[in-house]
Ligand binder design. Structure first.
Ligand SMILES: *Cc1c(COP(=O)(O)O)cnc(C)c1O
Length: 453
């Protein structure tokens, strides 16, 4: 039995016991038995019901593991689906580093070395910062920075930037947990330089600027430029820290991704330290990157908290390979997230047309499944550029026998799960987020669903 091979004998026995005892209890609870032992329920029927239950439980258990999926949602940096897909080189680097590797060993000297110095030097050259440090994620980067530099002291933040980024990252909570005291200034839509100026006192440690990420205030708005805030901070002997969030290393506005600050510009504007994620617009592994002035980064590196937040050898290797794509000048081709974001609507249209042609050829006559093309919009996701408009082509699926919810579920429970979305009664696939090498697999999965007896 396949289940035994997948889950191990003991686990399957435990599941069988769970099912049998649940059935026993429900039989006992229904003394007249109508719901569970219907008149005429044969031993065979009962066994087959229980074996279906076992299969479903076993499947759910296997599906609860981390599995590869095909992301057909059109959301490029999908937090539930693992954000940025890694480049081939990053995956190889991770695999190579997985055994023993030089994470803290200096080959040239033949002894202990710094931790991941190449990632740091790549980060320095790509951001223009004097030094850099890599931790587990951007939340860790913010927590570390605030606790090292602002514990027991005040941090000035604009009311327009007290944001929540995906459920559990809320700026006021992170500040509180790090021991810093939030000093909010300005209003939701407008904060002036003088608001910051007026709030400075002898308990102030820093000015914090937070990228609003997944939301935008539009209309009658104002917020000082980073350069104005760094100038004010430095005149007053304060630190300036910007949490940039998604972390674009290059300008992505030509691809419809607007309002994402480029890290190099923030450093150039005088920020003492800036933090951003590795797995959002940067297109690499989950990591939180801190780039900034030598003395600031050094102090963070020496703090015991850093030791608890640092990243492992495989992440360091993947990050190095990802950053190397930028320094080689090839990020749009090499990094899947940037490749997906930068493909023109016309390219996606062409791919979608070829895909539908390939699908019809594979399915032959009397297909249950119909695929039509329509114009639509892809999303960046990952807390970036909520108003970006990236034109795309949608593949709308309709099955003559399955409802849209059933069809969506068939896709989700396929051998390689396909994650689609439902929009106005149709199951929708957006090839922008499907790898070119995944198209053939996707056609097989769809043909399997469309041709069932
Ligand atoms: C996404 C984001 C974070 C959290 O980053 P993680 O890498 O998910 O921990 C923090 N701050 C901002 C501004 C963000 O956009």
């Amino acid at each position: 039995m396949r289940l035994v091979a997948d889950l191990g004998r003991e686990r399957v026995v435990a599941l069988v016991r769970t099912i049998i005892s649940a059935r026993r209890e429900s039989i006992l609870a229904n003394k007249n038995g109508s719901a569970n032992i219907r008149n005429g329920t044969s031993r065979e029927e009962l066994l087959s019901e229980l074996s279906n239950e076992l299969a479903a439980l076993g499947r759910a258990e296997m599906n609860s593991g981390v599995r590869r999926v095909i992301n057909a949602t059109g959301v490029v940096i999908h937090t539930n689906l693992g954000r940025a897909p890694l480049s081939e080189k990053a995956v190889k680097a991770m695999t190579d580093a997985a055994g023993n590797s030089t994470i803290e060993y200096d080959i040239e000297k033949g002894g202990r070395g710094a931790r991941g110095p190449r990632a740091v030097s790549l980060l320095k050259s790509l951001t223009g910062a004097e030094d850099a440090l890599v931790v587990n994620n951007c939340a860790a980067a913010a927590l570390l920075t605030l606790s090292v530099f602002a514990q027991g002291r005040e941090v000035i933040v604009s009311r327009g930037e007290l944001v929540e980024i995906g459920g559990d990252f809320r700026i006021p909570d992170v500040l509180a947990r790090s021991g810093a005291v939030l000093r909010e200034v300005g209003t939701t839509n407008r904060t002036h330089l003088r608001d910051y100026e007026d709030a400075i006192n002898d308990r102030t440690a820093m000015i914090l600027k937070v990228h609003p990420s997944n939301y935008r205030i539009t209309g009658f708005t104002k917020t000082p430029a980073t350069s104005e805030l760094t100038a004010l901070a430095h005149e007053s002997g304060l630190l300036f820290y910007e949490d940039a969030g998604s972390g674009a290393l290059i300008d992505l506005s030509p691809y419809g991704i607007k309002g994402e600050p480029v890290i190099h510009d923030i450093v150039e504007a005088g920020a003492d330290v800036v933090s951003f994620s590795g797995d959002k617009l940067l297109g690499g592994p989950q990591a939180g990157i801190l780039a900034g002035k030598t003395d600031v980064i050094n102090k963070l590196r020496k703090d015991p908290f850093y030791r608890a937040l640092r990243v492992d050898k495989t992440i360091t290797a993947a990050l190095e390979a990802t950053l190397a794509a930028y320094s080689a000048g090839e990020p749009l081709d090499e990094l899947p997230a940037l490749r997906m974001l930068s493909r023109s609507p016309a390219e996606i249209r062409k791919r979608s047309e070829n895909f539908v042609t390939g699908l019809s050829a594979r399915m032959g006559d009397v297909p249950n499944l119909r695929a039509d093309l329509s114009d639509g919009i892809s999303a960046v996701g990952g807390g970036a550029s909520p108003d970006a408009s990236i034109g795309t082509t949608l593949i709308e699926l309709q099955d003559s026998e399955l409802s849209e919810a059933q069809l969506e579920m068939e896709l989700r429970l396929a051998e390689i799960p396909v994650i689609a979305r439902i929009e106005s009664g149709r199951v929708i696939l957006d090839l922008r987020t499907v790898g070119e090498s995944e198209e053939a697999e996707l056609i097989e999965i769809l043909a399997g669903i469309g041709q069932r007896a």
